[in-house]
Design a protein around this ligand. Structure first.
Ligand code: IPE
Ligand code: IPE
Ligand code: MG
Length: 245
């Protein structure tokens, strides 16, 4: 029961990396100290996911609502983002990791956009783990954004309103081409989604842990996967139906 079943791995794991500020406070330090240590956990889970041959790992790094934090914290987060992407790109290339980004990317500071685009381009041909950073991300923004894009097409008579369906909607989300996550992890003991992937998590298994993000290690990722593998995913069917497949 304590081993990962390699044949039942989730294709896509998404993580709400929460608790950096509380971790810093526990250590008598500023919140930004927590963010810097959070980068170590990011490295751990990326490595862990790549080793397990997980196909997609999405990390919620900055929400649209996070702009409302004190200016100093926001600035530190943006600077940290730029320096981390810059420092880690080489390792991503070496480990065959492909970087992607979801969210309102065009409204990130130009420095962040430039660094991000550079790393996305440099890793575009990699065939291993796809590491998806959710930046300036909000699921409600993403849904409205998709709706706007579809409305323009309907207005221009490229699509008839009666032909608007799930597939078309999915194509207009920032996650198009990325399968829905099978497993969503949230750290720090908070039981909420905080505007993350609302459309995509319709049937995702949710896993909550009390560990604060800077404490999260490869073994914690493995524990979440083992927990996931011991669940029965029914998708509206009965247990009997699932077991006869
Ligand atoms: C998560 O940790 C990082 C971001 C949201 C950017 P927090 O900064 O939210 O830490 P807590 O939740 O205040 O402890
Ligand atoms: C969610 O964490 C956003 C990220 C992890 C980037 P928050 O700390 O912003 O969420 P709330 O405010 O506690 O819901
Ligand atoms: Mg938080």
């Amino acid at each position: 029961m304590n081993q990962i079943d390699k044949n039942k791995l989730p294709n896509h794991i998404a993580i709400i990396m929460d608790g950096n500020g509380r971790w810093a406070k526990e250590h008598g330090k500023q919140r930004t100290f927590g963010h810097r240590n959070g980068v170590i956990s990011v490295r751990e889970v990326v490595e862990g996911a790549a080793e397990l041959q997980i196909k997609y790992l999405t990390l919620y790094a900055f929400s649209t609502e996070n702009w409302n934090r004190p200016k100093l914290e926001v600035n530190t987060l943006m600077t940290l983002l730029v320096s981390t992407i810059n420092k880690e790109t080489k390792t991503l290339i070496k480990n065959n990791v492909r970087l992607l980004a979801i969210g309102d990317i065009e409204n990130l500071p130009s420095k962040v956009q430039k660094e991000l685009k550079g790393a996305i381009d440099k890793t575009a041909k990699n065939t291993g783990l796809a590491l998806v950073l959710a930046l300036n991300y909000s699921a409600r923004w993403e849904i409205i954004n998709a709706l706007k894009k579809i409305s323009v097409k309907v207005e221009n008579q490229e699509i008839a309103a009666k032909n608007v369906d799930e597939n078309l909607f999915i194509e207009n989300l920032t996650t198009f081409n990325i399968p829905d996550p099978e497993l969503l992890i949230r750290t720090s003991g908070e039981y909420r989604i905080s505007n993350f992937l609302l459309w995509q998590i319709a049937y995702t298994e949710l896993y909550f842990t009390n560990k604060l993000w800077p404490e999260f290690r490869k073994d914690d990722l493995k524990e979440a996967i083992i927990n996931f593998q011991n669940r029965e995913r029914r998708f509206g069917k009965t247990s009997e139906q699932i077991q006869t497949i």
